[in-house]
Design a protein around this ligand. Structure first.
Ligand SMILES: Nc1ncnc2c1ncn2[C@@H]1O[C@H](COP(=O)(O)OS(=O)(=O)O)[C@@H](OP(=O)(O)O)[C@H]1O
Ligand SMILES: Nc1ncnc2c1ncn2[C@@H]1O[C@H](COP(=O)(O)OP(=O)(O)O)[C@@H](O)[C@H]1O
Length: 203
């Protein structure tokens, strides 16, 4: 992909700040970044958390691998290079949401540590909360669940570069939260996340 360089381009400040928007919403914008194998439970947990947050009166928005790849990132595949660009763009999109004061629930396999660290760095630079949520289940559990039948296809060689089968997954070293979705109920996972958000003053 041809890289476009931003030259002679300057940030233009407005007269309304993130803080103004956060006061309006009575919450702090933040990104909760769910990472883990396909079938680990990222989307299921994010959907349940979104519902719980909205019920409590908090504005949040989910960004999800499959959905984003059907739209803004439809030109990207699953090579390491394309996954890096996928995650970089989603990192920037997440930041835009955080700047509006919204709580973003980003669920992506995001198998490479360097790609996730870049998104963390992007948030840190703008003094934004970034919580890495590692949805950690053994490959055998994810494969047994196989909610979309993709592991079966990967084992049959019909899908190449499938994370966990013939492509790597680099586990987070210091995630803010670990969810072992094979040992925890969905309700407990949501409770743990709400507690963590409350502790950090996000909600
Ligand atoms: N090769 C390969 N490896 C992993 N996953 C694959 C692949 N091909 C298709 N899929 C489906 O795409 C979803 C992962 O997209 P992501 O954007 O989250 O991937 S990544 O973060 O860029 O690695 C993933 O969604 P989830 O199952 O929700 O994780 C799969 O449904
Ligand atoms: N405690 C749990 N948390 C999350 N998912 C669970 C849990 N227990 C069972 N599951 C099941 O595991 C599967 C996870 O699929 P999904 O959320 O699509 O994973 P991912 O988004 O990581 O690919 C779903 O079928 C879900 O019902």
């Amino acid at each position: 992909m041809a890289e476009q360089k931003a030259t002679n381009v300057h940030w233009h400040d407005g007269e309304v700040s993130r803080d103004d928007r956060q006061k309006l919403l009575k919450q702090k914008g933040a990104t909760l970044w769910f990472t883990g194998l396909s079938g680990s439970g990222k989307s299921t947990v994010a959907v349940a958390l979104e519902k719980a947050l909205i019920e409590k009166g908090h504005l949040c928005y989910r960004l999800d691998g499959d959905n984003v790849r059907l739209g803004i990132n439809k030109n990207l595949g699953f090579s390491a290079e394309d996954r890096a660009e996928n995650i970089r763009r989603i990192g920037e999109i997440s930041k835009l949401f955080v700047d509006t004061g919204v709580i973003v629930l980003s669920s992506f396999v995001s198998p490479y540590r360097a790609d996730r660290d870049l998104v963390r760095e992007l948030h840190d630079q703008s003094d934004m909360d970034f919580l890495e949520i590692f949805v950690d289940v053994p490959l055998s559990v994810a494969e047994e669940r196989d909610p979309k039948g993709l592991y079966k296809k990967a084992r049959a060689g019909e899908i190449k570069n499938f994370t966990g089968i013939d492509d790597p997954y680099e586990a987070p070293e210091k995630p803010e939260v670990v969810l072992n979705s094979h040992e925890m109920s969905l309700e407990k996972e949501v409770e743990v996340l709400l507690e963590e958000m409350s502790k950090r003053g996000i909600i």
